[in-house]
Design a protein around this ligand. Sequence first.
Ligand code: 1HE
Length: 258
Amino acid sequence: MKFNSLRFERKGAVGLLTLDRAAKRNALSDALVAELDRCFAALPAGVKAVVLHGEGEHFCAGLDLAELADRSAAQGVAHSRGWHRVFDRIQFGRVPVVAVMHGAVVGGGLELASTAHIRVAEKNTFYALPEGQRGIFVGGGASVRLSRLIGAARMADMMFTGRVYSAEEGQAAGISTYLVAKGKGLAQGLALAERIAGNAPATNFALMHALPRIAELGQDAGLFMESLVAGIAQSEPEAKQRMKDFLEKRAGKIRRKG
Ligand code: 1HE
């Protein structure tokens, strides 16, 4: 796949997707967002997980402020809905995405990272929602995705006060679930993506498409939907084979850490 502001490389079953606009701190221009859309729509069939990271010193500086033209209210709604469509395509796409973050993860960059299924942060990562200071509001899904990760109160604090979260604070708040040394994020992200790519497809599908929906349901409907998904997943031949492999001592045991 050929792009101007992205690079896509195959590493076996893992696709490595790089935001490749370092001179503008990987700011999300309309063209870059359109390329993300095209990339996720056309992922090669053999790709079973994607790692998303940023070239240069930062993951992503958010919306390309140079393009914040004189939009009417209706045009602003349409622009935001365009991002929602693309970001939904990433979150509810075909394969799980691991975001590897470093440097600035701000505004729309944090919204993009929030679409991923796992987030790895390097220790030099920092998070902010400068929309609050720029006199605008988030439009790339943060009110839904980020508020579910860190809570609406923390998100509101970031926007009211311009608060910047460090990598450690982001980890404690739930933005990342892996915190690694500077320069080690990509190796960690690729290792995680390889593990994910080795899962049964039904498990990955359930985690991407069923779990977030179940998490939004009440207890009764949620437990019922869980049973339906569990029944479907365990009926797959691959699940039966994996269970048999364990019982016949061909599969690994879970080992205590350290
Ligand atoms: C940009 C952008 C951008 C950098 N749009 N051009 N996002 C923000 O408010 C974040 C604005 N950016 C920054 O605060 C800083 O640039 C960073 C902390 C990300 C990086 O700092 P630094 O010192 O490494 O880089 P720099 O010198 O500030 O920027 C380098 C170049 O990138 C410079 O351009 P140049 O032509 O003068 O070299 C910057 O203008 C350019 N650049 N960030 C356009 N964001 C759907 S709603 C989502 C709403 C939002 O995302 S609002 C948040 C916008």
